[in-house]
Structure formats: structure tokens, C-alpha cells
Design a protein around this ligand. Structure first.
Ligand code: ATR
Length: 285
């Protein structure tokens, strides 16, 4: 039997175990997925490797620490965070499937990102994944955050990563492929940016277990596609107000699903049974 797991703190209410176990079951794989709350990411990764654990997901607060405990792929190194570890290699390899979670969620809904004007609200881990997912594909990316300094740091990291990829490899199969204009500011800059935007991602925690929204309803419009990283509740105030404005909406469970699908495929080498994983996830929400 193969054992997979999640390290984080807290992980008690994680939806990853039912989602992945539904995937294993659908493919008839003899595998389990369990959660751990270690105190140290590096010790957890090497301990799991020693125990023969096949793969790990990594969540808050260990995504940055995990980077130092693995051999990261290009994308994880650029983002500066690891959410998936493959323990079948020595040393373990680190990946960031949160980025694919964002692109595949939009793709599933037929939202074109090529040449779009994009706005990411937030500057934490979820915002990093969203910003790196959009950079290189969209024409412009604006990061707006309550603390503008954090937004500027993220914008600068995205710009630097773009330059590094172009300079060092000359190809960009896995990263920025087109020049994206990256800007940043406080939440007040949403007033200027959202009316002309094609794509908006809420990557703040605003709306989680509350009926608040980080984006004033009056800014939303029918030419916008809105992805809310918040999935509890699934139908946030932002998504309701976006729908009322005629915008397309993508809920946070799609992001969660596709980061899991991408991890599942990395670990097992099989096409993930997306429908079974999605059904198991939504049954929990
Ligand atoms: P995660 O890694 O899950 O994204 P995080 O690093 O704690 O979590 O980031 C949370 C994000 O939500 C941040 O962008 C935070 O803004 P600050 O950088 O100013 O802290 C944002 N956020 C949290 N509560 C908020 C609120 N009440 N209003 C606006 N933004 C908020």
C-alpha cells in the first residue's frame, strides 16, 4: 500500500484526504492519504522519506520552509513555495501545484487568459500562486493588497522571476512566455483597475466564514471573470455580487480540486479521475 500525506498546521479540517482517496479508489489504487501536524517541515519531509511515504502535500505554514527540504523544480523555486513533494526521488523533489490550480480552474471554465488584464487581490501564499499563474500569459497584472508593501514585494518577485527565466534558459515552457506589465498598490487601486479588467482573483481571506467582500460591488461588470480562492462558504458575497453584475464566476473549490489533481498526477503518473475527486470534494462543502 502507498501512503500519501499532508503536512500543515492545522490540517484537521482538510478536504484533501477525501478528495485523494476518492481518486485512488476510482483508479483501483491501493493507497491511503493521511494528515500530519509536524513542528518542523524539513524533519517531516526526511522522516516521511525514511518511513517510505510516497508523497506529501504541504500547506500553511510550511510551504516556504519545505522549499529548503527538497530539490525544487523551476516553478517552485520561482514561486518560493512548495505544496507537493515527490518522495520517490532521492533527494525528494518539490513542486508547486497551486499555480496549476489557478490556471486549470480558469481553463475548466473556458476563461481565456491570453492577453487579459488581470487583477489579483491579496499578497499572501494564495496570491503568490495566482500571480505566478497569470504572469507571462496575461498582458497586465495588478496586485492590490491591504498592505501595499506586500503587494509591491510580490509584484517585484514576479518581475524578477520573468527576467530570470528569459535570461537563463532562453525558453519559457514552464513560466512567463510573454511580457506582462506588473503593477501593485493598496486596495484603493481597485477603483481604477477593476472596471477595465478581464480577470479578477480574490486571494485574500476576506469572505471566509463571513459575508464580507474585498471588492466593492459597484466595480464588478459583465466582461469580468472572477475566481474566489475562498471555498468556505462556496458561494461568497464576492461571487454573488459578481454574478449579479453579469460576470462569470469560478468558486474556490475548483482551485483546490486542480492543485490536488496536478499533485495526484505527479505522484501516480496516471490521469487523475477528476470527476470522482470533484464529487468527493463537493460532498464535503
Ligand atoms: P495565505 O497564505 O492563505 O494567502 P496570508 O499570507 O495570511 O494567507 O494572506 C492573507 C491575505 O488576506 C493577505 O493579502 C491579507 O492582507 P495583508 O497582507 O494586508 O495582511 C489579506 N487580508 C486578510 N484579512 C483582510 C482584511 N480584513 N481586509 C483586507 N485584506 C485582508
Amino acid at each position: 500500500m502507498d501512503v500519501y500525506g499532508l503536512i500543515g498546521r492545522p490540517v484537521e479540517h482538510s478536504l484533501s484526504p477525501p478528495m485523494h482517496e476518492a481518486g485512488f479508489e476510482a483508479l483501483g489504487l491501493d493507497a491511503r492519504y493521511v494528515t500530519f501536524e509536524p513542528t518542523d517541515a524539513a524533519a517531516a519531509v526526511s522522516g516521511a522519506a525514511a518511513l517510505g511515504v510516497a508523497g506529501l502535500n504541504v500547506t500553511v505554514p510550511f510551504k516556504e520552509d519545505a522549499l529548503a527540504a527538497v530539490d525544487p523544480d523551476d516553478l517552485a523555486a520561482r514561486v518560493g513555495a512548495v505544496n507537493t513533494v515527490d518522495l520517490s526521488t532521492d533527494p525528494p523533489t518539490g513542486h508547486n501545484t497551486d499555480v496549476a490550480g489557478v490556471t486549470r480552474a480558469f481553463d475548466h471554465h473556458g476563461v481565456p487568459l491570453d492577453g487579459a488584464a488581470a487583477v489579483v487581490v491579496g499578497a499572501g501564499g494564495a496570491a503568490r500562486a495566482a500571480a505566478f499563474a497569470l504572469a507571462g500569459t496575461v498582458a497586465s497584472l495588478h496586485v492590490a493588497n491591504r498592505t501595499p508593501e506586500r503587494a509591491e514585494r510580490l509584484a517585484a518577485d514576479v518581475r524578477d522571476a520573468g527576467a530570470t527565466v528569459g535570461d537563463s534558459s532562453g525558453s519559457a515552457s514552464d513560466g512567463p512566455t510573454a511580457p506582462t506589465t506588473v503593477s501593485s498598490g493598496g486596495l484603493g487601486t481597485l477603483d481604477d483597475r477593476v472596471p477595465g479588467a478581464d480577470v479578477l482573483v480574490n486571494a485574500t481571506s476576506v469572505g471566509m466564514e463571513s459575508d464580507e467582500t474585498p471588492v466593492p460591488a459597484g466595480l464588478l461588470h459583465a466582461d469580468l471573470a472572477v475566481l474566489d480562492a475562498v471555498y468556505s462558504p462556496l458561494d461568497t458575497r464576492l461571487l454573488r455580487e459578481a454574478r449579479d453584475a453579469g460576470a462569470r464566476t469560478v468558486d474556490g473549490a475548483w482551485m483546490l480540486l486542480y492543485q490536488g489533481v496536478e499533485a495526484f498526477e505527479l505522484w501516480t503518473g496516471e490521469d487523475a479521475p477528476v470527476e470522482a475527486m470533484n464529487a468527493a470534494l463537493r460532498a464535503e462543502l
